[in-house]
Design a binder for this molecule. Structure first.
Ligand code: UDP
Length: 494
């Protein structure tokens, strides 16, 4: 546990590894990076996490509490130069950067290279390794200026990365005019069908500026000294090995990193990633009153959103399902008066059975509660893996980017999910078609995952077995545990 570090204090001050984390300032990248830093620190490493101001504020309580428990982790914040970057003031994180500013936001963050470098030179101990989000190609320069190796950090699964790699490497979409025509992912033993709309590649290659960024990122990835991935070996051994071979790169799988928080107290877990819109104790009391496995948790992560019409269909579907639910509406404040009163009325009708959280939810705290029995998810990789770690079957509802491949992972590889049948991205496209998921589909999805019956029982059993493997992976003797130890010792100071 976190206390172990105290036993190592002698070794640590002499030659401990010092990892400098440069996460992408988006919750889906930042949260697992912070968890990974804390896990490395429990194995005696020293970690510095570099962040922009408002983003650092979101994870400061977690880092502070880790330091109080004896870990050597620093969170250092750097101001963004908004004027220089031509960015609107205050834009600081993936969840508040308008998509048209995303590219300049990434450039603005790259301007932090020199302040980060000066800071690291001025504050002992000298770093021994840079751990960079794969979206920060400029950290190649940071690492080489410092004269230290650089690892790429992925909050994605190996299955998704290998599918994307193979589709690109073997030009799977060549000659396929229709973005929705399924093609077989080349080079895999099992057959998986994808479309260009679902798996277009890592970045929107829509404009010259993005093309250039994607190429820069690819070059930076090829130059990395290895990859840290939030997944675990036993869940997808063939894909971890396949991706390592395809990229000719060492991979350290260290997940599920959310399980770091099982070492600590509930308060730290509740604060993970942001200040919550609901009191954690109130939330737990509500769950305490429910039967085991009876509640379905519904969230689309930190970026995806349901538009007004979709939110209403979703609400009505949850109501009709008859199951207790916790529904997170991160963008509730954006809805107009009509939707807000719809939500208020719904809330009144399902009082005691449905809990609406308008804003940030203590997700892993909720998922870990015995009353929760299923998860309607947008299939962000962190959420998917958090469901795995909690032993929960999922209803899959991908919105964009890697979420379609993560859905495939949950439904076709792990066989713990039921899809609502979305076939095309719902966000970040030039033309987004109206692809509503009707209340009937929501109801049916929830019922099939939460209801009884042989299929549902078996799905739940598989999810539970997977969770046991996940826990074993992060415990002493487990694969992720071993990889963390290896990182902490391999990148020690000379
Ligand atoms: N999360 C949370 N509360 C919320 C929304 C999200 O704790 O209300 C966390 C969630 O547990 C996960 C991360 O934020 O760790 C979201 O990452 P994911 O990859 O699932 O989706 P993204 O937000 O990147 O689309």
């Amino acid at each position: 546990g976190p206390g172990d570090a105290d036993d190592d204090i002698g070794r640590r001050t002499h030659a401990a590894a010092h990892f400098v984390f440069v996460p992408l300032m988006a919750q889906g990248h930042l949260i697992p990076a912070v968890d990974t830093a804390l896990l490395l620190a429990t194995h005696g490493a020293v970690c510095t996490i570099a962040g922009t101001r408002a983003t650092a504020a979101r994870v400061r309580p977690t880092v502070d509490s880790a330091r109080q428990s004896g870990l050597t982790v620093w969170l250092v914040e750097f101001p963004l130069d908004y004027a220089e970057a031509g960015l609107p003031e205050g834009v600081d994180n993936g969840d508040n950067v308008p998509v048209e500013h995303m590219r300049s936001y990434l450039d603005a963050v790259a301007l932090l290279r020199s302040p980060i470098e000066s800071y690291l030179r001025a504050h002992a101990p000298y770093p021994t390794c840079v751990v960079s989000d794969f979206c920060h190609p400029w950290t190649t320069v940071l690492a080489s200026n410092l004269g230290v190796p650089r690892l790429s950090f992925f909050s994605m699964c190996a299955f998704c990365l290998l599918c994307q790699h193979n589709v690109e490497r073997f030009n799977a979409y060549e000659g396929v005019a229709d973005d929705n025509e399924p093609v077989v992912v080349p080079g895999l033993e099992k057959t998986f069908l994808v479309t260009r709309a679902q798996a277009p590649g890592c970045f929107f290659r829509g404009s010259p500026a993005w093309e250039e960024f994607a190429d820069y990122t690819e070059r930076a990835q090829a130059e990395a000294d290895g990859v840290i991935m939030n997944t675990f070996e036993e869940m997808e051994p063939e894909y971890v090995a396949g991706y390592a071979a395809a990229k000719k790169m060492k991979i350290w799988t260290v997940g599920p990193v959310s399980l770091y928080h099982q070492l600590g107290d509930g308060a730290t877990l509740a604060a993970r990633g942001n200040a919550t819109a609901i009191d954690a104790d109130e939330c737990l009391r509500w769950l305490d009153g429910k039967e085991p496995d009876s509640v379905v948790y519904v969230s689309f992560g930190s970026i995806a959103r349901a538009d007004a019409k979709q939110a209403m269909e979703l609400g009505l579907g949850l109501e009709a399902s008859g199951h207790p639910f916790v529904w997170v509406l991160r963008n509730a404040h954006e809805y107009d008066e009509a939707v807000r009163s719809f939500l208020d009325e719904l809330e009144a009708r399902v009082a005691g059975r449905g809990l609406l959280i308008r804003g940030w939810a203590p997700q892993v705290l909720i998922l870990s509660h015995v009353a929760v029995g299923g998860f309607v998810t947008h299939c962000g990789w962190n959420s998917t893996l958090e469901a795995v770690a909690a032993g929960l079957p999922v209803v899959t509802w991908p919105h964009f980017s890697d979420q379609f491949l993560n859905q495939k992972m949950a439904v076709e590889v792990l066989d713990i999910g039921v899809s609502v049948g979305v076939t095309e991205p719902l966000m970040y496209r030039k033309e987004v078609k109206e692809i509503g998921v009707g209340r009937g589909v929501v109801e049916e999805g929830v019922r099939s995952v939460m209801g009884g019956g042989v299929e549902a029982e078996e799905r739940r059993r598989r999810a539970r077995a997977l969770a046991a493997k996940a826990r074993a992976a992060v415990q002493e003797g487990g694969s992720s545990h071993g990889n963390l130890l290896d990182l902490a010792s391999r990148f020690r100071a000379a």
